[in-house]
Design a binder for this molecule. Structure first.
Ligand SMILES: C[S@@+](CC[C@H](N)C(=O)[O-])C[C@H]1O[C@@H](n2cnc3c(N)ncnc32)[C@H](O)[C@@H]1O
Length: 274
């Protein structure tokens, strides 16, 4: 046994003999991924802005990550995460809105919040008065943020979300029941941000994901930030811009990487400058 171990570890012939086994092991991973792709192609209708649940371990780490960014105990953040996951009213309204939407042919009916659970918990924990989210799309993130704001308001800490997009018919999931705590501002987000005049407690970049555009958004909103403002990016899995902005403005930077549960998509993430 020890001579076989020595053969594969310490000889060139051993290295060659291992190649078929190593290749088989790697191909097994590719086959698993191909299985997920085939299942997704027939069971999901989405082709962009993929939604997914997180693996249980990743979901736990999302709460831990959010706790660090919020400066709160993990147990408190976990409570907020569960609050969203157990909100049947929001869930059922989103299902109904998706089924009623012309978008139903490219949207999955089941709402899967993924990393947006972290956005929700952050809003619940910090009770921001003004939130700006760039990029609405269907409005899943906007409605999640608004749901947190409504709970905050019911507890005596009102706030408002301003969500920007260039597509006029965006936001069908940002339901009327949640629009009392927010609004969609149509137009190019950099132009909108330049004109914004209120102090922003929480800013979230999720629009045009070209790094230079992400950077332009950070510069455009900088005049509204205060030392306690938190800046999030939905683009940090592919761009270093928020880390650079954190450095520029004397903030710490942390990144959370999504791990989609049983989905081929490698996942997105949350960059946080705080
Ligand atoms: C990734 S989606 C937003 C996802 C959304 N935040 C969510 O939680 O599902 C990106 C959105 O940014 C919008 N967008 C792209 N370029 C933009 C720009 N220059 N200004 C404002 N919105 C823009 C797109 O129309 C699209 O709806």
């Amino acid at each position: 046994m020890s001579s076989l171990r020595s053969f594969v570890r310490h000889t060139a012939a051993g290295r060659l003999a291992l190649i078929p086994f190593r290749l088989g092991w790697a191909w097994l991973q590719a086959l698993k991924q191909a299985g997920r792709m085939a299942s997704w192609a027939f069971t999901s209708k989405e082709y962009y802005n993929h939604t997914y649940h997180l693996t249980p371990l990743n979901r736990r780490y999302l709460a831990e990550f959010t706790a660090v960014v919020a400066g709160r105990p993990w147990q408190e953040i976990e409570g907020y995460c569960r609050e969203l996951e157990e909100d049947r009213t929001l869930h059922d309204r989103l299902v109904a809105a998706t089924l009623a939407s012309p978008d139903r042919h490219n949207s999955d009916t089941e709402p899967r919040y993924g990393r947006r659970i972290g956005w929700y918990a952050l809003v619940r924990a910090l009770k921001p008065k003004v939130i700006v989210e760039t990029g609405v799309d269907r409005g899943l993130g906007t409605v999640v943020i608004a749901a947190a704001l409504k709970r905050n308001a019911a507890e005596g800490s009102p706030g408002r979300v301003y969500a920007t997009d260039i597509i006029a018919d965006c936001g069908h999931l940002f339901l009327p029941e949640y629009r009392d705590v927010g609004e969609i501002v149509l137009g190019d987000s950099v132009e909108t941000l330049k004109k914004f005049s209120q102090p922003v407690d929480l800013f979230l970049h999720d629009s045009d994901h070209r790094p230079e555009y992400e950077w332009a958004e950070f510069l455009a909103i900088e005049h509204c930030l205060h030392p306690g403002s938190i800046v999030l990016s939905d683009n940090s899995q592919q761009s270093v811009m928020l880390a650079k902005f954190a450095e520029k403005t004397g903030r710490k930077f942390l990144y959370f990487q999504d791990q989609p549960d049983r989905h081929w998509w490698p996942g997105d993430g949350i960059g946080a400058a705080f």
